[in-house]
Design a protein around this ligand. Structure first.
Ligand code: FAD
Ligand code: THG
Length: 831
């Protein structure tokens, strides 16, 4: 969203709070985009301000499970390579080497190698000898292998901060050291809460502002609170120390030379860098040491500390680190830690940074919880959002507005921050749920699910059944095709039985976690007609599957829009971001509300769904009575429901919505009546497998705001012929529907043990580098083979094309297939 409406567009006045590496990078990226009226304020001195940047050792490991994080890192490394201070580049690509001393970690390195290649980095898993040859401290007999990433390296954090600040100053930016921000002033004309920033107050005076960017690092929560906002991060201490000289690195000399790769020893929560003949050792293995954001001082209030972000070293916490270090790198036996400290930086509830404009305070932006590694990339994303209204990075998982209400509780922020510190180097399974705090949100029929032996995973705080242990007694479980060891971590044969029950009989699905919104008021239809691709003016009872696009024609989400009454719509959406966006842009007279907690929802799907529900309902459920993609209000037994005839699993049936007080009764009514129809409860494991058989995309996984509707295979939902203007229309009209350069492609992966998990690289047989990557995967129990969806260049997307997927160092054969694989004629859903 541009900062000013076009009519007033001069250069917006922007105040950046914080002159750490993020604030300096934001100033550079903003001024480079023509936003030259920028003031950067910092309570400390330039550029050793006292923040985390002032002491950061600057290791840049780019590999990350999240593509956006690797994209940020790659941009940062490349940018800093081109920056110079005092004649020296701000980045040295010495390479990265992640070491494995156990078979489990070696597996994990293969997985990480896959991520690196999927996102376009050079990476290879190498043997012990290669590890030892690439670093003088590493001995071949202590490791099983390593992940070598030649473009990783060391950033000069303070140098990069200064170089970017100086570039910004050349374009007109001002840097104001020793200005402590004491308040953020807001005025009452922003939508929808009526707030927009107007100025930043400092101990040196007031700075008027059209936009304010929070780059205050771990002080961020305190500064955000000045505008009445919650910034969910927890500052935690992290131990770092420098050794004395070691003979093994004598060849480096006494200076700052660091010619060898940076090292990680994740099994023991350790990392290393050189500085001349000394080594810097970082440690995440100690107890979490959170600090309340309010308890962190400023340079003025912490005269006893070297800087506010450096707390005294606690050697007892570091003792295991040194022991493990000598176990891996025995050459360091001739030295020890000479100077150590407990340095503070930010951890968020889900490990991702906090980026974007606060939904309730127009003009207040966040660039928070950002490592050196991602600093320039994040800064560019924020500057693009402010200057252009959209970013070239996929930001959906980093958006400041992504959190559910319970996520913003101080106890949640602190507990998750601490846990993410503990797990920072752990080999986490993609499905591994958080352990605490749980349970948070439970469906009204949660007890019934427990009685059936539900195994719950967590989604948006909801306890969501993944499968039901009791279903291992059902048909299809005994000879269930079993995935390989990693994919089977949360697998049960019950999943196969539940998929079968859905395709052959009928199943109940807990749809609590599907986020739903209410959009109401006299202008609701016009509004939805403009911001989505649906035809909102159809008769009440109509439901459409449609898209939300940005002005560039990129996907912001695929949603369902049901017209319940003339001025009342119910939307099925993907995340809090949809709520934030729809609420923010709503014209007066249109109300947007989150209905999720006020409704309970059960999906009843399968060929016998009508036989089950019709006798209970006071509404005609035949094809004439309630057609596919239509909804109606009715009773099921005593329970008033809105029945919506849609099915993400691709079977006959309905989503049944009622109020939470009657949710249990609805479950019991259906369960009782289902006895004669072979009804089963089914979980998310079956759900995911069935939706991939049907080719239904999941926004956020299969497609994001990097993609346009045609390449994602959802161009059919644009309705260009039957609709007037809508956001993004002009941009999609410029695209050729039949010739996208890349496509979301359906792959057949064959045998069950070859079922992959997602994020793996895909390439033509024998090719050394990846052409694309997997987005979602599952075993198709109905089809009898594995399924993976992958982004691939169009020429590799042709059905029949032979491909390979890298999976834990194995090459899995896969073949592009015409989709949808299941029920292309839509006979099931229209039955
Ligand atoms: P900061 O550098 O903390 O800057 C925030 C600025 O805001 C400060 O200058 C502060 O003075 C200013 N400010 C705050 N409140 C106010 C106010 N009210 N008024 C005015 N000014 C204010 N990352 C890596 O990528 N690689 C590493 O190897 C690495 N190692 C690390 C090792 C340690 C020991 C630690 C602690 C962190 C490490 N990090 C590393 C993380 C990295 O240092 C931080 O994530 C990064 O420096 C954050 O930058 P920033 O600009 O957001 O915050
Ligand atoms: N139910 C409801 N809303 C939702 C979802 C849901 N919103 C978010 C998410 N899931 C949206 N995703 C889809 C994906 C596909 C379909 C429905 C929701 C679907 N597609 C038909 C198809 O492609 O064949 C559409 C046919 C048509 O347009 O007529 O059913 O699960 N309430």
């Amino acid at each position: 969203m541009p900062v000013l409406p076009h009519t007033q567009r001069t250069v917006p006045r922007i105040v950046v709070i914080g002159a750490g590496i993020v604030g300096c990078a934001v100033a550079d990226e903003l001024t480079a985009r023509g936003c030259t009226d920028v003031a950067v304020v910092d309570q400390g001195d330039l550029y050793t301000t006292g923040g985390s940047t002032s002491h950061a050792p600057g290791l840049v490991f780019q590999t990350n499970g999240a593509k956006a994080m690797t994209d940020f890192a790659r941009y940062t490394a490349q940018k800093y390579l081109g920056l110079r201070v005092d004649g020296r580049p701000c980045y040295s690509p010495v390479g990265g080497l992640e070491l494995a001393a156990t078979p489990e970690r070696l597996d994990e390195l293969h997985r990480r190698c896959g991520w690196a290649r999927s996102w376009g980095l050079r990476a290879a898993v190498v043997g012990p000898r290669d590890c030892a040859e690439s670093h003088p401290l590493v001995e071949a007999d202590r490791v099983l292998g390593g992940l070598l990433t030649p473009d990783d390296g060391l950033a000069d954090a303070l140098g990069a901060a200064r170089a970017q600040a100086e570039a910004a100053v050349m374009r007109g930016a001002r840097f104001l050291p020793r200005h402590e921000v004491t308040g953020i002033e807001t005025r009452g004309d922003g939508a929808p809460s009526g707030r927009r920033v107007s100025a930043v107050l400092t101990d040196q005076g007031r700075l008027p502002a059209d936009a304010v960017v929070l780059c205050a690092g771990m002080w961020g929560p305190r500064v955000a609170a000045m505008a009445g906002e919650v910034l969910p991060l927890t500052p935690l201490a992290h131990q770092f120390g420098w050794t004395g000289p070691t003979a093994a690195l004598a060849a480096n000399g006494r200076g700052d030379a660091a010619p060898h790769p940076i090292l990680r020893y994740q099994e023991r929560d350790l990392y290393y860098r050189e500085r001349g003949d000394r080594v810097g050792v970082g440690y995440y293995g100690h107890r979490p040491m959170p600090v309340a954001p309010d308890a962190i001082g400023t340079p003025a209030t912490t005269p006893d500390l070297p800087m506010p972000s450096m707390q005294p070293f606690t050697p007892e916490d570091f003792a295991p680190a040194w022991k493990d270090t000598l176990g891996l790198l025995p050459a360091l036996g001739d030295t020890g830690i000479e100077e150590g400290f407990n340095g503070l930086f930010s951890f968020t509830p889900d490990t991702m940074p906090l980026i974007g404009e606060f939904a309730r305070t127009a003009g207040l932006w966040s660039a928070e919880a950002v490592w050196i590694t991602h600093s320039a990339g994040v800064a560019r994303a924020v500057a693009e959002l402010i200057a252009d209204g959209a970013s070239t990075f996929d930001l959906h998982a980093c958006d400041i507005n992504r959190f559910q209400r319970h996520h913003l509780a101080p106890s949640y922020i602190r507990e998750r921050g601490c846990q993410n510190f503990v797990e920072v180097y752990d080999a986490l399974h993609p499905q591994q749920p958080m352990e605490r705090p749980r349970p948070l949100r439970v469906a009204p029929f949660h007890g019934r699910e427990q009685e059936l032996g539900a195994f719950f995973l967590e989604a948006n705080g909801w306890e969501r059944p993944y499968y039901y242990e009791d279903n291992t007694a059902l048909e299809g479980a005994e000879d269930a095709p079993r995935p390989g060891p990693w994919a089977a971590r949360y697998w049960s044969p019950a999943i196969a039985a539940e998929a079968r029950a859905t395709r052959e009989r009928v199943a109940l699905y807990d749809m609590s976690s599907l986020m739903r919104l209410e959009v109401s008021g006299p202008g609701a239809a016009d509004y939805l007609d403009r911001v989505t691709t649906c035809r909102a003016h159809r008769d009440p009872g109509a439901v459409s599957y449609c898209l939300m696009l940005d002005e560039r024609g990129r996907l912001l989400g695929d949603i369902t829009v049901a017209r319940i009454e003339e001025d009342l719509f119910q939307l099925g959406v993907n995340s809090r971001l949809d709520l934030a966006r729809l609420a923010r842009n709503a014209p007066s007279g249109v109300a947007v509300r989150d209905l999720t907690s006020e409704t309970a929802c059960i999906g009843v799907w399968g060929p016998r769904a009508r036989d089950l529900v019709q006798p209970l309902a006071d509404h005609d459920l035949s094809n004439d009575g309630l057609r596919y993609f239509h909804c109606a209000r009715m009773h099921v037994g005593e329970v008033p429901v809105t029945a919506m005839r849609v099915s993400y699993v691709g079977e006959l049936g309905w989503e049944l919505y009622t109020t939470p007080d009657l949710g249990l009764r609805l479950w019991d009514t259906l369960w009782e009546a289902g006895r004669g129809h072979g009804l089963a409860a089914a979980g998310r494991g079956a759900f995911d497998a069935l939706r991939l058989e049907k080719g239904y995309r999941a926004f956020g996984a299969d497609m994001t705001d990097e993609h346009d509707p045609y390449e994602a295979g959802v161009g059919f939902a644009l309705r260009l012929k039957t609709k007037d203007d809508f956001v993004g229309r002009a941009a999609v009209e410029r695209l050729d529907p039949d010739a996208p350069a890349r496509r979301l492609t359906c792959l057949n992966t064959g045998a069950p043990e070859n079922t992959v998990m997602g994020s793996e690289p895909v390439h033509p047989p024998g090719a050394p580098t990846a052409s694309g990557y997997v987005t979602s995967a599952a075993y198709g129990y109905t089809l009898g083979h594995g399924i993976a969806y992958a982004w691939l260049p169009a020429e590799l997307a042709e059905p029949g094309t032979r491909l390979e997927i890298d999976y834990f160092g194995r090459r899995i054969p896969a073949e592009a297939a015409a989709e949808p694989l299941f029920d292309p004629g839509m006979e099931r859903v229209r039955a």
